[in-house]
Design a protein around this ligand. Sequence first.
Ligand code: SAM
Length: 277
Amino acid sequence: RRPSRNPTALSIDTTDTGFGRAKKALGQHFLHERGIIDRIVHAIDPRPGQRIVEIGPGQGALTFPLLRAHGALTVIEFDRDLIAPLTAAAAPLGELEIVHRDVLKVDFGELAGSGGTLRLVGNLPYNISSPILFHALDHADAIVDMHFMLQKEVVDRMAAGPGSKVYGRLSVMLQAWCDVTPLFTVAPGAFRPPPKVDSAVVRLVPKARTQVPIDDPLRFAAVVRAAFGQRRKTLRNALGALLDADAIAAAGIDPGQRAEQLEVADFIALSKAPADA
Ligand code: SAM
């Protein structure tokens, strides 16, 4: 491993590195602001022996500093044009394993190996950030933690509580399975090309399975989806197909309430309620 003198020196000069132009369809906005890159790497704080997997390395803004700091890294990148320049630029820095695939088709459990775990990081493509989050939740057992850059509005939704206008399905699903900590906001000028929205970095730490009192994850997901599917309706009406008013009341919840008024624990109670109470 080489000493890290200037961790981001290799990050990006798109004009002469062979990386080419940003592709809008792949949500490509490349981070270039050194201070932000350093803050993200500092927040990740890689430790020896950990398996770190980056989603969407792009032109290497996070990849190269992480590789210098950690010596080895796995990246998942869908854009074939980025594979060769990433490989070339990473060679002197450490061991870079490149998985050239759609991240939504990557089985994180398989990647972690039997009994293994990994840490996920990435400045995510915003157009598919929610599917990536739900995909990661499906493999939460294999994931130690996640550090993601997302649209700030998505991070706000992830961290919102009952009564907030942005509290919804994403908040409940994420908070049921993970501790959610928003870290800091990033302005559009930190990227090339700049996105139209503010961004934010968030830390997600999956809870131990024994600490999540959900018996049936699919039923829980269905209840949350139905409740927020018609968020202006009362639970009695929104959940009609899954639970009747008596079953909702038997779970200790007022069927006249709306989804946005319930705590995460209330949704868990609803997911455990027998449908024919
Ligand atoms: N990490 C780089 C940075 O911070 O500058 C790039 C971030 S850019 C917002 C998102 C990256 O995700 C791009 O490199 C893009 O090609 C990649 N990407 C987009 N869709 C993907 C997918 N389905 N699977 C894997 N990577 C994807």
